[in-house]
Design a protein around this ligand. Structure first.
Ligand SMILES: Cc1ncc(COP(=O)(O)O)c(C=O)c1O
Length: 411
């Protein structure tokens, strides 16, 4: 990137087809540089009024009558998400519970349906801890074995003892993006299933569930999909597998004709069999305006801008931060990198605190990673440039050394 100046970067903003989407978000503080959309996405401007309407009209006026439309809201939003942003067909994605709970439900269902001689779960120990804990819980519950594997070593690890592979499409710490089709093919040939965690991928990269041969996936909606803190997660089960899988929590939202109040559990033949109980309608409703923005912008354009913004972060990190011992911990090959860039170095926890004081929000992940996530729908190229410049100034002046080295409860 020769002639990289703030003016040249401002020209990218002027020609950015996604630039108008920033106006679709509530930006309470124009000066704040928010580069943490992979942790909690911004509030869509339409969401407060949309939710107020759900509260006053559907809950307040409609009362219990509103259940006639609420009852299949999770499936309608699942279809919107699946078909527009995840490369799935209708009836393959549904919103429910949290990512952790969905991971447990699908992993447990896959294990119950697999050959009982296959007693091993492979997982990547560098993935988000909740995935590891769920695997550990299943191992304890079912008397299985879990083996951590670096995804590059999967071909050798996929023996005839393996039932399930649990893997994040985009690694939360490094942003490494795996080759979904390749992993699915390898696992299928070895007789194992793959359960993908798409939390850092959904709304950031072009996920192609059907085309890549994916069978099972889960993910959250509060990061790049902007549905709000604690918004319901999603799960995906390929259509032809659904009736063969039975999840472990037998609840009435998965039951055939649930209001028949039948005596015994007899799950729906469809994606709703993976539902459990009454969904949190207010949080679920907030998913709709958020998904509509992403669907309208289109995942191709989002990904294109994301790649360019991440390249800008990498270029500026090499130029400005490397002399201070900060290095790029994410893959440099865009094909192997998701929607954020991780920087590694000494005192990154203190740096993240100094950045907040300087009006820049990124986040820190132990032991030494500063994650910089430019969400393309509301982040300008100049925001990225300015944030990196503030980071350089902090390092130049040693400002971060004033902040406590001891980690806070939330990072
Ligand atoms: C890859 C991944 N999986 C799961 C989660 C969280 O799961 P839950 O929504 O159940 O807390 C996160 C949260 O950051 C995550 O990054």
């Amino acid at each position: 990137m020769p002639n990289l100046t703030r003016e040249s970067v401002a020209a990218w903003d002027a020609n950015d087809p996604l630039a108008p989407f920033r106006g679709r978000f509530a930006i309470a503080d124009e000066k704040l540089l928010y580069l943490d959309g992979n942790s909690l996405g911004r509030l869509p401007a339409a969401t407060p009024d949309f939710l107020a309407k759900v509260v006053t009209e559907e809950w307040g006026a409609g009362l219990v009558r509103s259940w006639s439309s609420w009852v299949d809201l999770a499936g309608r939003l699942g279809d919107l998400l699946g078909t527009r942003l995840l490369g799935a067909a209708e009836g393959e994605v549904v919103l429910s519970d949290s990512t952790t709970v969905n991971l447990y439900k699908l992993a447990s269902a896959a294990l119950a349906a697999s050959d009982s001689r296959r007693r091993t779960i492979l997982y990547d120990a560098t993935d988000f801890p909740t995935d590891r804990y769920v695997v550990q819980g299943l191992v304890a519950e079912r008397g299985l074995t879990a083996r951590s594997v670096d995804p590059s070593e999967l071909p050798g690890a996929l023996g005839d003892d393996v039932a399930l592979v649990v893997l994040s499409l985009v690694n939360y710490r490094t942003a490494e993006l795996h080759d979904m089709a390749r992993v699915n093919t390898m696992a299928r040939e070895a007789g194992a299933r793959v359960l993908w965690d798409l939390s850092h991928a959904a709304g950031a990269v072009d996920v192609q569930l059907a085309a890549s041969g994916a069978e099972l996936a889960v993910g959250c909606t509060y990061k790049h999909l902007n549905a709000g803190p604690g918004a319901p997660a999603f799960l995906y089960v390929r259509r032809d597998l659904q009736s063969a899988l039975r999840q472990p929590i037998w609840g009435w939202f998965g039951q055939q004709d649930q209001f028949a109040m039948g005596p015994d559990y007899d799950p729906v033949d469809g994606i709703e069999r993976f539902l459990v109980g009454t969904p949190p309608i207010l949080s679920l409703a907030a998913v709709q305006p958020a998904l509509e923005i992403c669907a309208e912008a289109g995942i191709d354009g989002i990904r294109r801008k994301s790649v360019r913004q991440c390249e800008l972060i990498i270029e500026l990190a090499d130029r400005w931060l490397a002399p201070y011992g900060i290095s790029v911990a994410s893959p440099r090959d865009q094909e192997r990198r998701g929607g954020h860039v991780s920087l590694r170095g000494p005192e990154t926890w203190q740096l993240s605190q100094a950045l907040v004081e300087a009006g820049v929000i990124c986040d820190f992940r132990t032991p030494d990673v500063l994650r910089v996530a430019p969400a393309p729908l509301y982040t300008r190229f100049t925001d990225v440039f300015d944030a990196m410049e503030r980071l350089r100034t902090i390092l130049e002046q040693g400002d971060h050394l004033r902040f406590p080295a001891e980690r806070g409860r939330v990072t």
